[in-house]
Design a protein around this ligand. Structure first.
Ligand SMILES: *Cc1c(COP(=O)(O)O)cnc(C)c1O
Length: 394
């Protein structure tokens, strides 16, 4: 037998090394969900870690739409969109999403991860340049790498550094991609400055608004519209349906030419089963609620302000964020884990986010708020946090 390294043994070794560094990832099964309350191992926990920012995931209108559509059409779509999987529910949802975001057309993908991989693979060729914020979501980074583009990452929100990266490659086609709302930090990208840079440099600008859609803008249309940027300034807009909309999936919105180009070329669109049509029907119900029930957004922003004020008074190491993502920066992975455990003992579920999801020394509690929380929920969390010496080992 040859002395070939064994892949499974190597994988096990990596897992063991992660565990030794206190970075082991642990899967937990949630037994029941009731709004912001979860049941796990027979205990009820008040959750501050879901991305269901508007509290729509269990809304009766979504459930009714899902059931009705499943009664009519069944569960699976049966094939890819381009074969026979594209139904009326998908078409209606795409139209509503395009109208909502102020774009000519929208195209559904099964997940946000696949949408970003598909867009980048369709737009970028080997040798092209993809300029990205260092803190972009993993799937944007993966997308550029899988496309074979030359990936250039600039320090977080540093428009001058992005400009230098563009200037260095004045001859190459460039896609500049950024999270709209940063998923682990909650802050908003300098969208207007980046858009102006892209216009000056002839680069294509792409924004991933997974955490802004539904949350920002007067009708919840997201961070791009909120920044006053149109389809010319942000030609590639991507957002997900599994966060504020409480469903699952994603879409890309832009010009008719962009969408047609993706239909021709995006492999993660072409070679995969269309999302269940009943899910598209439920998502359309969610879009209608997100647009019309402005009280959900107002309530969320009231809770964000309440939390930030309370945390400020307690001197907690809160990161600057105007969105539903309110991270507490704790530093070491072990500290973040211990604080999360202390909170769990008191009946709160808040996840510790550790490297490599965030940079070394920047482990944190990623606290997320939802319109489904009450003011009392927020006050109770603050009260529990006041008893945890955050930032110091407990
Ligand atoms: C969650 C997220 C994604 C991935 O979306 P999924 O639908 O969960 O695959 C992409 N980008 C950002 C910024 C995200 O937060």
């Amino acid at each position: 037998m040859t002395q070939r390294p064994d892949l499974l043994a190597r994988l096990a070794l990596h897992a063991q090394q992660r565990a030794q560094a206190g970075l082991r990832r642990q899967l937990h099964t949630i037994d029941r969900v009731d709004g912001v309350w979860l049941e796990r191992d027979g205990r009820r926990l008040l959750s501050f870690c879901s991305n269901d920012y508007l509290g729509l995931a269990q809304h009766p209108s979504l459930i009714a739409a899902l059931k009705r559509a499943a009664d009519d059409d069944g569960v699976g779509s049966g094939s890819a969109h381009l074969i026979s999987g594209h139904r009326l529910a998908h078409a209606a949802l795409e139209e509503a999403l395009a109208e909502w975001t102020g774009r000519e057309r929208a195209l559904l993908f099964s997940t946000g991860y696949m949408a970003n991989l598909g867009v980048m693979q369709a737009l970028l060729e080997r040798g092209d340049v993809c300029v990205q914020d260092k803190l972009n979501h993993a799937c944007l980074l993966d997308g550029a790498q899988l496309a074979g583009a030359d990936l250039k990452r600039y320090p977080h929100a540093d428009v001058d550094a992005a400009a230098r990266q563009l200037a260095n490659r004045g001859d190459a086609p460039v896609l500049l991609a950024t999270d709209g709302v940063f998923s682990m930090d909650g802050d908003i990208a300098p969208l207007r400055e980046l858009a102006a840079l892209c216009q000056r440099e002839g680069a294509t600008f792409m924004v991933d608004d997974a955490h802004g859609l539904g949350v920002l803008g007067a009708r919840g249309e997201g961070c791009v519209a909120d920044a006053g940027l149109d389809q010319n300034e942000v030609p590639v807009l991507m957002a997900t349906l599994g966060k504020a909309l409480g469903c699952s999936g994603a879409f890309v919105a832009g010009s008719a030419a962009l969408i047609d180009g993706l239909v021709q070329a995006a492999r993660t669109y072409i070679y995969t089963t269309a999302m269940p049509p009943a899910l598209a029907a439920a998502t359309l119900a969610a879009v209608r609620l997100a647009q019309s029930e402005t009280w959900r957004r107002e309530r969320l922003h009231t809770l964000i302000a309440r939390f930030r004020q309370g945390a400020g008074q307690l001197g907690l190491p809160l990161m600057p964020s105007p969105t539903a993502i309110q991270p507490l920066l704790l530093g070491e992975a072990q500290t973040a884990l211990e604080v999360a455990r202390t909170l769990e003992d008191q009946g709160f579920l808040v996840t510790a986010i550790r490297p490599p999801t965030v940079p070394q020394g920047k482990a944190r509690l990623r606290i997320t708020l939802s319109a489904a929380h009450t003011e009392t929920d927020v006050d109770r969390l603050l009260e529990a946090l006041s008893r945890v010496p955050a930032g110091h080992p407990v």
